[in-house]
Design a protein around this ligand. Structure first.
Ligand code: ZN
Length: 158
């Protein structure tokens, strides 16, 4: 059994709650991130375990990139952020996953990467609560993104 967090998650896609699993693409899954202060924040996880983009075949890499861009478009159309931040880091979990953070007018730290605030949120319950957004809205957020992805013709894994 692998000790990779995302490989374990991918091994049991069926057990991912519906509000968390936004979409199941042929080459990636889309998870609603827990920091919904950034409304629509998603994580696009490659289905193939790889540390770096250059480890994927060109065909899979291009398809993964296109799937990520389609999610970005869905976030943009659904929630109309000022700007999307695209982040492919992997320092904590070295399995390819794009963080798509929509940034809005109400963002108190517009010029900073979100991670400084989220690092504080992990240590401070009040900041944690704010950054998590309204958990009651997670299901609706997922549904809206799903509807938009359907409208955009997103491919679904059979
Ligand atoms: Zn993995």
């Amino acid at each position: 059994m692998t000790d990779c967090f995302f490989c374990q998650k991918l091994a049991s896609i069926c057990s991912i709650p519906k509000e968390e699993l936004v979409w199941n693409f042929p080459n990636s899954i889309v998870l609603l991130g827990k920091w919904q202060f950034y409304k629509g924040y998603c994580v696009v996880v490659a289905k193939q375990h790889a540390r770096e983009l250059n480890s994927l075949s060109a065909t899979i890499r291009h398809a993964y990139f296109d799937e990520m861009c389609l999610v970005a478009k869905a976030i943009e159309e659904t929630f109309n952020p000022l700007k999307l931040n695209y982040e492919l880091l992997g320092n904590q979990v070295p399995h390819l996953h794009w963080h798509l953070f929509p940034r809005y007018k109400n963002d108190p730290e517009t010029l900073m990467p979100v991670w400084l605030r989220l690092d504080r949120a992990d240590k401070n319950p009040e900041e944690h609560h704010t950054c998590s957004g309204a958990t009651s809205e997670y299901e609706q957020t997922s549904n809206l993104l799903r509807e938009c992805l359907k409208k955009l013709g997103a491919k679904e894994n059979a």
